[in-house]
Design a protein around this ligand. Structure first.
Ligand code: KG4
Ligand code: ZN
Length: 343
């Protein structure tokens, strides 16, 4: 089964083709980062308009890459939520219109399920069950995953998400949007030991997170010190150490508590090198395995949506959306998902 996937929940238009027999056939992405950067964050209306401009040319691009035409597609998957409603509506309506004309089924995919399953696109994917750390701009969650749609929430952030903390810290340090990669880059020039930031909730005894206090601590450090480049780099270094240490310790606790030995990491912050270093080291010590998506599939992309959609479409023999009415779900709890229905 060949599935075309559309991702348009935020500031990236991602389109991909996934074949349930041959794997990923093609993928293409247009990032709006440059367009939004002069505003310091995503402007929803501009995002929607840009998705309209990009969706069909990118669709043609992946078809060309795979040497296929529209009539070869068996189903269409699109991000139905959560995300910006206007941006979601663009992908959703284009996908449904296309499927209507081609008379093929569609599936609305949960964006976080896409992230969660992205590591399974790589070689030697882990089998269920595993622990998943989902670290994006809007979420920081630990989950026990026993199958498609079987997601048990183990821990969540009580306030800011890890990616949000990176973005806010970047703003405080005068760095560009998106903040994660900018903080990570500056941190490579930072000196160990000059500053010490707190590790909120490190010993809370549960698997929850809190990052907003860390951001306030960064603000205090920035206000109480010179604003030269080295100072900023030293703050970025210590901030990254704090976040990655907290994430690593909680992941190891989640593996211990569930008795599982496989961890997958996904979402934009999963691209962070220092996080990967710490997780590689900690899991190796405990004889556990950690899996990541390739770097370009940590952040938003069409491949993860085509993949998650293909798994669901393949498992479903009924309840497929063939009438092409649609809604988007800007807010959508991952725990509401169910396993694909086969009867
Ligand atoms: O998964 P994603 O592309 O979008 C959401 O669904 O939120 O994640 C974006 C987030 C942003 O907060 C960005 O600053 C962060 O991931 N990020 C990083 C890195 N690359 C992206 N954070 C830390 N280090 C990175 N290398
Ligand atoms: Zn995302």
């Amino acid at each position: 089964m060949i599935v075309l996937g559309f991702e348009s929940s935020c500031d990236e238009t991602g389109i991909a083709l996934y074949d349930t027999e041959k794997g990923l056939l093609a993928h293409a992405l247009h990032s709006q980062i440059e367009m939004h950067s002069e505003y310091g964050g995503v402007v929803p209306e501009l995002a929607s308009r840009d998705h309209i401009r990009r969706a069909l040319p990118l669709t043609q691009k992946v078809l060309d890459q795979a040497n296929l035409s529209l009539k070869d597609i068996d189903g269409i998957a699109y991000t139905q939520g959560p995300g910006l409603s206007g941006a979601l509506l663009v992908g959703t309506s284009i996908a449904e219109a296309l499927a209507f004309t081609l008379n093929i089924p569609t599936i609305g995919v949960h964006h976080l399920e896409g992230h969660l399953l992205a590591p399974l696109l790589e070689e030697n994917p882990p089998a269920f069950p595993f622990v998943a750390l989902l670290v994006s701009g809007g979420h920081t969650q630990l989950m026990k995953v026993t199958g498609i749609g079987e997601y048990e929430l183990l821990g969540d952030t009580l306030d800011d998400a890890a990616g949000e903390a990176f973005d806010k810290t970047a703003k405080l340090l005068g760095l560009d949007y998106p903040g994660g990669p900018a903080v990570a880059k500056l941190a490579t020039q930072g000196e160990k030991g000059r500053f010490k930031l707190p590790r909120p909730m490190l010993n809370s005894g549960d698997l929850n997170f809190s990052f907003s206090g860390l951001k306030t601590a960064v603000l205090t450090l920035a206000n109480n010190n010179d604003s030269d480049l080295q100072t900023k780099a030293d703050i970025a270094y210590e901030f990254q150490e704090a976040v990655t240490e907290i994430l690593t310790v909680k992941c190891m606790s989640a593996l211990r508590e569930t008795g599982l030995d496989q961890l997958i990491v996904s979402g934009g912050v999963g691209a962070n090198k220092r996080l990967r270093e710490q997780l590689n080291f900690a899991t190796k010590r405990k004889l556990c395995h950690v899996h990541y998506p390739r770097l370009e599939f940590c952040t938003d992309n069409g491949a993860m949506i085509a993949f998650a959609g293909a798994l669901r479409l393949e498992a479903m023999t009924q309840h497929m959306n063939n009438n092409h009415s649609f809604t988007v779900r800007p807010r959508w709890d991952l725990a509401e998902l169910q396993t694909p229905s086969t009867n």
